[in-house]
Design a protein around this ligand. Structure first.
Ligand code: NAP
Length: 304
């Protein structure tokens, strides 16, 4: 399918460009990596495993695709992984890796709540370590659900700055999964805003996938039927995009000249800016600083 994004992307030849796609081994990230490689970029695809769904063949055929192993559940491993790249190696970094919260509280071997680690803290650690690996003027796109325009936006009011790792006792229920998802999106967005202020010569954005066909819920072991039904559209008529079609959206964000002049922005799946001003007024500067300090403390020395 050719849509406005692939048409716009046809203007750009990416030969000689270099990209890192974290979570590029399947789903959305794999789509992004394929579009970048087809358009001429050389791409490092990062994840735990190459999957047996055909992309392994592409790796041997297309020299532009290389695999680099990382386990985002481990900050020790993220630090090792980041250390394998040179300063200013990449033009583009895309962070698509993620899981959907199951509503249950699970911990990594490093004692961090699992979804907090995969969907937020890994980015807090990884993006700070990887930003120096991005060239001046380079762009970083993170992919995660929105909160303001989400179906579950009503849970924003329950965002609890004192319980970022979901430690307060709660019932294991579906709404808890949605609350976790909203929290992780808010945290990611605050991170992207802070990084864009700290690095004014590099460009950061956070974008909503909309609905993209992938094995996200199966991979994340989500037990709730209503969430499964909502996502079932992925396999049926209401599917919005395939990973490769969505890859064109991400590549548009990486290459469009006008978008490139903005940093710290949150976009919907049609690349329209999401207005978060009402929510942002409710979260104080002290709370934002508290979240940053908490993230530093939990991730300990990994970013140094
Ligand atoms: N698909 C949608 O419609 C949709 C909608 C809203 C939000 N999202 C968000 O978009 C992001 C990508 O979703 P998706 O549909 O592409 O999911 P997916 O098909 O399940 O792919 C997830 C990716 O994350 C990587 N990953 C997961 N845990 C990892 C770990 N511990 N270490 C390293 N890599 C890890 C996986 O790599 P390995 O398998 O190699 O470990 C895989 O490449 C997620 O944050 C998801 O919540 C997706």
């Amino acid at each position: 399918m050719s849509d406005k994004f692939s048409t716009a992307n046809n203007k750009h030849v990416l030969n000689g460009r270099s990209a890192l796609v974290i979570g590029g081994t399947q789903g959305i990230g794999m789509g992004v990596a394929q579009v970048l490689a087809e358009r001429g970029a050389s791409v490092v695809v990062a994840g735990r495993n190459l999957h047996q769904d055909g992309n392994r063949t592409n790796y041997s055929k297309e020299k532009q695709l290389q695999f680099s192993k990382v386990d985002l559940a481990s900050n020790v491993d993220i630090k090792r992984f980041a250390g394998t790249f040179s300063d200013e190696q990449f033009d583009y970094i895309v962070w698509s890796a993620g899981i959907f919260p199951s509503g249950a509280r699970r911990e990594t071997n490093e004692g961090v709540e699992l979804t907090f680690q995969i969907d937020y803290l890994s980015k807090f650690v990884g993006l700070q370590l990887l930003t120096p690996k991005l060239k001046e003027g380079g762009r970083i796109v993170t992919i995660l659900s929105p909160y303001v325009e989400s179906l579950w936006g009503r849970f924003i009011s329950q965002f609890d700055v004192d319980d970022l790792e979901f430690k307060k006792p709660k019932r294991f229920e579906e709404t808890q999964a949605h609350k976790m998802n909203i929290t992780l999106s808010i945290l990611t967005d605050l991170l992207i805003k802070r990084l864009s202020e700290q690095h004014p010569t590099k460009f950061f954005s956070h974008v909503h996938p909309g609905q993209v066909g992938s094995n996200l819920l199966k991979n994340s072991e989500v037990p709730f039927q209503t969430i499964k039904e909502l996502f079932a559209g992925n396999q049926h008529a209401s599917i919005k995009r395939t990973p490769v079609e969505y890859g064109e959206v991400a590549v548009f964000l990486l290459t469009d000249e006008d978008i490139g002049k903005k940093s710290g922005t949150f976009y919907d799946s049609e690349v329209k800016e999401i207005d978060q001003s009402e929510f942002e007024k409710k979260i104080s500067k002290q709370d934002v600083d508290k979240i940053w300090e908490y993230s530093k403390r939990v991730s300990n020395t990994y970013v140094i």
